[in-house]
Design a protein around this ligand. Structure first.
Ligand SMILES: Cc1cc2nc3c(=O)[nH]c(=O)nc-3n(C[C@H](O)[C@H](O)[C@H](O)COP(=O)(O)O)c2cc1C
Length: 278
């Protein structure tokens, strides 16, 4: 059996690994993150409420832009409420098996409340207000995932909650300036191991001192071959429109996905939530 260390895990992920310092090779946190994978199949075992609350606290220990703390988490575990939220997300059948869902929200409302309470004008009602809250929510989401996976749980984010953003706001009682960034399914993984999903080679995504796209097309083509070989039976999108591809790589999948309109009303939703975005 090949040695399991950080070099091996990063090589499996990227097709190559940077020169990993000896002290990092067996670092438990780094190994865990490098070998992680989203989980979409769970056992029936419920997730302990105390553990969920603890993981939320850990996630909210992550950095926050200007200490503004513009992100909140809604834990949805009450059976009726959980069923109603799953009902909004039913286009993805696997979600039905999630024992609990969390919703990571951007929250620019508190900041505006502070201004109302202190009588100082809030004069930054432009795109940055929405962007900062979104980024904070994304950081909390990522930190929660790392923490939950370290605790032995499996997770999968769900962006399609934004397909039903208005209905999700009504269901969860999200007021103006509070909006869902992503839901997260959390549970005990049904399988001991999940295949890791290869990422773009690091030469395409890690830049030294300056952005550099040299050789990008060839790098992506190489990556496409890796992805196609990794999952030859992958479900192909829009076969009616584009036919069945002999080699279904990442570019094929992503361009098929984004050749169809998706969430074109999201900007209008965000404006209805009270953001100016100017
Ligand atoms: C913000 C965000 C939203 C996502 N939404 C979905 C989703 O709606 N459904 C889904 O099955 N996976 C979703 N994912 C999971 C990605 O598909 C997954 O992270 C990606 O395919 C890479 O796989 P990995 O996490 O196993 O490495 C989402 C991930 C992120 C970060």
């Amino acid at each position: 059996m090949p040695e399991d260390n950080l070099t091996a895990r990063l090589s499996a992920r990227f097709g190559e690994a940077p020169s990993v310092p000896a002290r990092a090779q067996h670092h438990a946190t780094l190994l865990g993150i490098a070998g992680r994978a989203s989980c979409r199949a769970f056992t029936d075992e419920p997730v302990e409420g105390d553990l969920l609350a603890t993981l939320c606290a850990v996630a909210l220990s992550a950095p926050s832009k200007s200490d503004l703390q513009q992100r909140d988490i809604v834990i949805v575990d009450e059976p009726e409420q959980l069923a109603a939220l799953k009902g909004l997300l039913e286009a993805q059948a696997w979600i039905a098996g999630a024992p609990v869902l969390l919703v990571f929200c951007g929250n620019n409302r508190r900041q505006r409340q502070l201004h109302a309470w202190t009588g100082r004008p809030f004069v930054n009602d432009h795109l940055d207000a929405f962007f900062n809250a979104s980024v904070d929510a994304g950081i909390a989401l990522a930190t929660f995932i790392v923490a939950a996976e370290a605790a032995g749980l499996g997770c999968c984010p769900i962006s399609t909650i934004r397909n039903e953003a208005e209905a999700a706001c009504t269901l969860l009682g999200l007021p103006d300036h509070v909006f869902p960034v992503a839901a997260l399914a959390v549970g005990h993984p049904a399988a001991a191991e999940r295949p890791i999903s290869a990422r773009l080679p690091l030469q395409a995504t890690v830049h030294r001192n300056r952005f550099d796209e040299t050789g990008l097309r060839e790098t992506v083509e190489r990556y496409d071959r890796v992805r196609a070989a990794q999952d030859p039976g992958a479900r192909q999108r829009s076969v009616g429109r584009y036919g069945r591809a002999a080699q279904y790589g990442w570019s094929e999948d992503k361009t098929r996905q984004y050749s169809l309109p998706e969430r074109t009303d999201f900007g209008a939703f965000v404006r209805r939530k009270g953001f100016d975005l100017g």
